[in-house]
Design a protein around this ligand. Sequence first.
Ligand code: ARG
Length: 463
Amino acid sequence: MSNRMWGGRFGASPDDIMEEINASIGFDQRLFAQDIRGSRAHCDMLAAQGIISGEDAASIDAGLAQIEAEIEAGAFSFSRALEDIHLNIEARLTDIIGPAAGRLHTARSRNDQVATDFRLFLRDSLEHLGAQTTALMRVLAEHAETHAALIMPGFTHLQPAQPVTYGHHLLAYVEMLSRDRSRFADARARLNQCPLGAAALAGTPFPIDRHATADALGFDAPTANSIDSVSARDFALEALSAMAICATHLSRLAEEIVIFASPDFGFLELPDAFSTGSSIMPQKRNPDAAELVRAKSGRIIGALTGLFVVMKGLPLAYSKDMQEDKEGVFNALDSVSLCLAAMTGMMEKLTPVPERMRAAAGKGFSTATDLADWLVRKADVPFRDAHHITGALVALAEQQACDLADLDLDTMQNVDARITDDVYSVLSVENSVASRTSFGGTAPDNVRAAAQSWCAALADDKS
Ligand code: ARG
């Protein structure tokens, strides 16, 4: 039998392999609620415009409500022969209400229908990701306030650079995540236009009211150009790109957890609930959750790359290639959502080990910049010369296998006579962090204030 929805001009049914490659019902059934919502809005509009009768509209509406309940109850049998969610629902509607079902597809096409469903789905999903991001930010900001003065090494090139505080380090991620959250919101705002009624690509001769359907579905407006309406997938690319950036941030945090929880660093203690043991080495505690968050960024970035490749060569308007947009987006959404949840759980229970952090912060001549800055401020030495003098002192300390603060004043003055006893006041890691009071700097007072203001802002945030 040829396809009962579009097979009028076909004499034979599709080859089994054709059916397999053509079908999207395996994954687009996830759009069922959006599809039904869109159809009900379309049906109401058709009736209001006098395009279908009130009686037909009422039975279509009731039939769609029944189908939604059937799908929710797991009592709907999806058919691969019916290709996709749109045709599965329409065929079932025909079973339930008879020929009136055939009137629902007046003045629309699956091309505008799928674009509408997908936008509706992404809209809700982006809101959900935004709320999850807020939850993670909250945990990080609370820990940052608690640990505003906890000193740890700051790194560049993963070499000890200058001491910072753990709170400051955590707030760096809060800043990144706040931008992720606003990218999710931006993507949501930009996609919130309704393609429904663009029909196949050219619009329709029926006197439809696209503003009414856009309104009923909570869109800001109908999309303005019917060709663009069915061709555009930049809304999905934009959402994926926001997800890929967020996943990259989560991956960097995960990588730091892996490094900092390793015994050689020992800065962090992994919570039991988010680590695993080894089946052969009883002493092991492995950061599997962090590793998987790090790894899952791969599939999210992959979904973005995949959709770019699908889209980049497509002529306007709709091509079936675009059916390949959904699996990557669904997978990326699920993965980012899982990573945000795992990271939130992990961060809630992750405990710093202050002695290890403090001890490591003093290593590697991490206050050398403070010494150079002292020469500039107290002895009026130009910074480049101060850098050079400090380098010589670091070399001496290295030779003597001691810290900068352990060099005696004579030794220092032999290198530069302008150095006085006062220099020792800047060589401690406590002094180093406390002195960095510039806006956005790591001084504990700054960090405490920044953490408190984040906590207050996030407590008010109901998203
Ligand atoms: N299943 C299709 C998709 O996901 C729906 C649109 C099909 N349109 C068409 N003219 N075949 O893109």
